[in-house]
Design a binder for this molecule. Structure first.
Ligand SMILES: Nc1ncnc2c1ncn2[C@@H]1O[C@H](COP(=O)(O)OP(=O)(O)OP(=O)(O)O)[C@@H](O)[C@H]1O
Ligand SMILES: [Mg+2]
Length: 273
């Protein structure tokens, strides 16, 4: 099993180790803006986001529904592109990556846990976990062996043959975490990993992520509505009205809905944490 970020033979160093020696930064977002053009009105959930993530940190991003937490994670994972601004991985701008480097970044450097599990319901748990290995050309037999080992890591050794659609919500999240980690990424980005779960199951998933974060020396960012879990991360950032602020205190208890264009009047406090 891969227990650490791989060293890749391809052009991209998926560990992000290319950052200048002594620099702890692994990921940085610089003046990120994102506008969605939807019909007559634009929506700008991100209006000048600055954040720097240090290697080995676990950071929680909180904020009211619809403020852009998923959007931000998608930009950091290169699953979507910013309207303006730049994401740097290991000091290199993602904009400077070729298509194949971007594909490798998504497949090897980043493990992504989707807000909606996105398991393939008709495929077994092992097949779901094996998918990222198959994408990079590992043989089916080897991929299934590795996937089964990973299912053991997340406490699902006895569910390998169960179809995705027949697993409980908590089990599906464990499969999604195993799938995110199977290629040995440096970064774990988890979008509401405990969203649909009761508090006990949410605690269990969070503790699993914390254990893997430490044992695999990951850098983890999770978006969550669960403030009690968020406060157990190394750092909490609040995303509200297009901007990021350190801590959860900025989270207004009675947050008004996001204005249709949050860039109007939005300040850019950036990441002072
Ligand atoms: N592909 C898209 N096209 C148009 N609008 C979008 C798109 N994706 C997101 N949005 C809008 O951008 C805003 C931010 O959405 P996002 O999903 O990032 O919020 P969120 O903070 O993750 O919310 P939640 O906590 O409910 O998951 C919302 O107003 C949403 O409707
Ligand atoms: Mg979301």
């Amino acid at each position: 099993m891969q227990t650490q970020a791989n060293s890749s033979t391809a052009v991209l160093d998926n560990t992000g180790e290319t950052t200048a020696p002594g620099t702890r930064e692994i990921l940085r977002g610089e003046n990120l803006h994102k506008t969605f053009r939807s019909g007559a009105q634009d929506v700008t959930p991100l209006a000048g986001i600055n954040l720097t993530i240090a290697r080995g940190e676990m950071v929680a991003v909180v904020g009211p529904s619809g403020t852009g937490k998923s959007t931000l994670l998608h930009l950091l994972a290169a699953l979507d592109t910013p309207t303006s601004g730049t994401v740097y991985f290991g000091g290199s701008s993602l904009q400077s990556f070729s298509e194949s480097e971007l594909a490798e970044y998504r497949n090897r450097a980043v493990g992504f846990v989707w807000q909606r599990h996105h398991l393939l319901p008709d495929f077994t748990a092992a097949e779901n976990v094996a998918m990222p290995l198959l994408v990079r050309g590992v043989s089916l037999a080897q991929a299934l062996r590795t996937a089964t080992t990973w299912l053991g890591e997340v406490g699902l050794a006895d569910r390998a043959e169960q179809r995705g659609g027949q697993l409980s919500g908590g089990e599906q999240q464990r499969v999604a975490i195993a799938r995110a980690l199977v290629n040995g990424p440096a970064l774990l980005l988890a979008d509401e990993p405990t969203g649909d779960l009761d508090q006990r199951s949410a605690e269990n998933i969070f503790e699993l992520m914390q254990r893997l974060h430490q044992s695999l020396q990951l850098t983890s960012i999770l978006a969550t509505h669960n403030l009690s879990l968020a406060r157990r991360a190394d750092r909490v950032l609040t995303l509200e009205r297009g901007a990021l602020a350190p801590g959860a205190e900025a989270l207004s208890e009675t947050a008004a809905p996001l204005p249709r264009d949050a860039s109007a009047g939005a300040t850019t406090p950036g990441d002072r944490g």
